[in-house]
Design a protein around this ligand. Sequence first.
Ligand code: IPE
Ligand code: IPE
Ligand code: MG
Length: 249
Amino acid sequence: MFQGMSSTREIPETRSIPKHIAIIMDGNGRWAKNKFLPRMAGHRQGVETVRNVIKSCADYGVEYLTLFAFSSENWRRPADEVSFLMQLFASALEQEISKLHENGIRFKVIGDTSKFESKITQLIRKGEQLTAHNSKLTLTIAANYGGRWDIMQAMRKMLENSVDTSASFEEESLSKYLSIAYAPEPDLFIRTGGECRISNFLLWQLAYTELYFTDTLWPDFNENEFALAVQSYQKRERRFGQTSEQIKR
Ligand code: IPE
Ligand code: IPE
Ligand code: MG
């Protein structure tokens, strides 16, 4: 039978619990505004939600959790908000890495970290090294991340490492250089905060991911909200191009 040259030709194993969940944590600012608080209060509360979601994933047996914390476009925000977010990131790294390690969680960061101050890059490097051999859950924080940046840096590496530049490149030739190559593609994508867009998150990897959008603002995304997202995922029929009849056979 004819099979097109696509890396999606191999239908991944699907399970009732998503193996990899990727989340755009959105709505911190509006959450704060609704309470007549500064936006920063929303970001602080958002860190609390991060802790809870990590716990839910560990409880459910999710193996990979990827959180969009700061996009390559978020530098466009007011300088005081950007610097607050950087401080919050640094203090979360300082406080949480040892707890992640105690809980058997592997910590990873994807994104262009060269733009961060050295204190943050050092904390990232130390955290990644400390937790490298943990296997309960892989937590990836996307920081100064952009899906287009990722595809471009992968392309550059692919070309640098190919002796014969006239060689024919396959999807796999590129995908192994993507910054999250260690994880399977996300099964479930969640975006809180009501916007229905991808905002330059994992562009390549979301090709066949089930998408879930909720109006709930990130600081309000609790255990029950997480359960609703997983339940929605469980009702989907992942066809990967096939017909429903083929799937049920
Ligand atoms: C998400 O919340 C956090 C980051 C992007 C860092 P927002 O700050 O985007 O919150 P809203 O969208 O303004 O409510
Ligand atoms: C996306 O949220 C990025 C993160 C959650 C880190 P934004 O709130 O920045 O997205 P847009 O710009 O409204 O699409
Ligand atoms: Mg937003």
